[in-house]
Design a protein around this ligand. Structure first.
Ligand SMILES: NC(=O)C1=CN([C@@H]2O[C@H](COP(=O)(O)OP(=O)(O)OC[C@H]3O[C@@H](n4cnc5c(N)ncnc54)[C@H](OP(=O)(O)O)[C@@H]3O)[C@@H](O)[C@H]2O)C=CC1
Ligand SMILES: N[C@@H](CC=O)C(=O)O
Ligand code: NA
Length: 424
């Protein structure tokens, strides 16, 4: 096999392959033939012969001795081009790269199907948690209704610490970077891109069609404040960055796919998933609910998922067989419901001038747009402004936004919206 990348996950993968005793016997047969890296001078934590190393990754993906290419360099380029070149040379692919699959899955899987090779990606979502193989195989009898995940460990760590310590976002982000959970550029995690990549992969598997990445409604956690987390607790919720893909109940065949900070009821199974852990709740018929929980990242955990794909491939190669369940047969793109038509509950916090009739004005405007309220409470004061918190029933996003526009209309210049979050 050819290994592209010997960083965190590449090192974990090599460590498992070099220490096969006590693991599945097939692992003994997996030899690392070449290793592609950026720098030949870097000290390496695994003991691999120096002559295996090269910076010429193209020579690995076209090497006739290599039958499986394990792509662990990450990012879009050169990962995309190397994967396509490897497929063209009839190599099977194992990858942990959710970004390249979410954004270029169409051309990669089309090429793989034409070449008759597999592209396996268990490590790309939920790290070590088995979720790709269950969706492809074990849950195949079910009509999946909804997949709800906490699938970004960095943001879950940040939100958990904001909740338990009352610490501010910037302070916890700096700590997460120091501890190595968050990258130097935390954008992909904090702004929800990583979770959007992952939910697009899960939605595609759960609902049997490709997903246009740009259609996913995405919001990160930068604007989540300790004030909102505290109010969430008072109201019986915790705040989580949820990635959700579900069948739209009102349209046949259309999907809702979104990522955003969400109020989760305290008794919901995902509410107690804390720290860097990930969990994915799958709901289907006839199974009901099943939840997958575990380490969503890290050297050993992610490598465990990479090696599980290698086991699938090597068992097929050893017996010269094919397994249609491992491939991708999607030919069409799913239709995604426009955000304006989504129906969810909302939490909204207003800062208003403390004058008679303010709460009445809020209630009247919501009523004009058919937005039914579960609760409306004046909680306290902030800088002489009254703080009013509203939780709605399920409402159509467009009606909710129209009501907010009316609330902030000409006659109410002293009403500001401090925050808006969805409620599960
Ligand atoms: N880390 C984690 O916990 C998880 C990671 N993943 C995914 O796994 C993949 C790998 O991540 P991770 O191991 O953390 O990444 P690292 O940054 O630790 O390692 C990347 C490796 O790829 C090599 N590399 C990067 N770019 C090039 C290039 N242009 N040419 C040659 N070599 C290159 C680097 O070489 P060199 O060593 O010389 O710098 C390094 O060995 C990513 O897709 C990531 O999203 C998925 C789940 C969890
Ligand atoms: N950055 C990701 C880890 C890899 O998928 C996370 O924080 O979950
Ligand atoms: Na996984």
């Amino acid at each position: 096999m050819g290994l592209l990348g010997l960083g965190t996950v590449g090192t974990g993968t090599a460590e498992i392959l070099l220490d096969s005793a006590g693991r599945n016997p097939l692992i003994k047969q997996m030899a690392i033939h070449r290793v592609g890296v950026k720098s030949l001078d870097k000290p390496r934590a695994v003991d691999l012969p120096r002559e295996l190393f090269t910076t010429d990754l193209e020579s690995i993906v076209t090497d006739p001795e290599v039958d499986v290419v394990v792509e662990l360099i990450g990012g879009i380029e050169p990962a995309r081009s190397l994967i396509l070149k490897a497929i063209e040379a009839k190599k099977h692919i194992v990858t942990a790269n959710k970004a390249v699959i979410a954004r270029h899955g169409d051309e990669i899987y089309t090429a793989a199907n034409e070449a008759g090779v597999y592209v396996l990606l268990e490590a790309s979502v939920g790290g070590g948690i088995p979720i790709i193989q269950p969706l492809k195989q074990s849950l195949g009898a079910n009509k999946i209704q909804r997949v709800t995940g906490i699938i970004n460990g960095t943001t879950n760590y940040i939100l958990t610490r904001m909740q338990t310590e009352g610490a501010d976002f910037d302070e916890v982000l700096a700590d997460a970077q120091r501890l190595g959970y968050a990258e130097a550029d935390p954008t992909a995690d904090v702004d929800g891109f990583d979770a959007a990549d992952k939910i697009s992969i899960l939605a595609s598997l759960a609902f049997g069609g490709r997903i246009h990445y740009e259609d996913i409604e995405r919001e990160g956690i930068r604007q989540v404040s300790v004030t909102d987390i505290t109010y969430a607790e008072d109201l019986g919720f915790v705040v989580k960055l949820l990635a959700i893909a579900q069948r739209d109940e009102h349209t046949h065949g259309s999907l809702q796919v979104r990522v955003g900070p969400t109020f989760v009821p305290r008794d919901h199974p995902l509410a107690s998933v804390n720290g860097v852990y990930n969990a994915i709740l799958v709901e289907g018929e006839p199974l009901g609910q099943v939840m997958f929980f575990g380490p969503g990242a890290g050297k050993g955990a992610t490598a465990s998922a990479v090696v599980s794909d290698l086991l699938n491939l090597f068992s097929l190669l050893a017996s010269d067989q094919k397994n249609p369940l491992l491939g991708c047969s999607h030919q069409h793109y799913c239709t995604i419901t426009p955000i304006s038509e989504l129906e969810t509950r909302f939490y909204v916090r207003f800062l208003c001038g403390d004058r008679p009739g303010v709460i009445g004005h809020l209630g009247t405007c919501f009523g004009h747009h058919g937005v039914s309220l579960e609760s409306i409470v004046q909680i306290g004061f902030q800088d002489h402004l009254a703080e009013v918190v509203v939780v709605t029933h399920d409402v159509q996003e467009q009606n909710f936004r129209d009501a907010l526009a009316e609330i902030q209309g000409e006659s109410a210049r002293d009403i500001n919206i401090a925050s808006i979050l969805r409620v599960l």
